[in-house]
Ligand binder design. Structure first.
Ligand code: TYC
Length: 103
């Protein structure tokens, strides 16, 4: 049976070392209403894709139901989801953007 006690060094290490930052996937979900051009524009505007790449990703979402926009640290992923959602609602589109942990 291992000791229940931790040395000062072990406690200090636990309190000062931060865990590795988790990376999150930002995803778009398909729907039957949002125009393809609107989705392409979102991928260009918020994810820095060129027209060709944005079209590929949009078509993948359209045919497979979901697709990845990028992988980011949690705070950045969360901001992207919020920005895309706000922009979509401002333009009366139901486009859904979500995030999931990458590990
Ligand atoms: N399915 C939509 C249409 O046919 C296009 C679309 C693609 C919508 C991707 C959402 O995340 C999406 N107009």
């Amino acid at each position: 049976m291992p000791s229940q006690h931790q040395t000062d060094a072990e406690l200090n290490q636990q309190s000062t070392l931060s865990p590795p930052p988790a990376l999150w996937r930002v995803l778009l979900l398909n729907d039957d209403f949002t125009p393809m051009d609107f989705v392409i524009n979102v991928l260009e505007k918020f994810f820095g894709m060129n027209r060709e790449r944005a079209t590929q990703v949009m078509l993948k979402v359209h045919t497979e139901g979901r697709g990845m926009c990028g992988i980011f640290p949690r705070d950045i992923a969360s901001t992207k989801v919020a920005e895309v959602s706000q922009y979509s609602r401002q333009h009366q589109q139901p486009l859904q953007c979500t995030m999931e942990v990458n590990e």
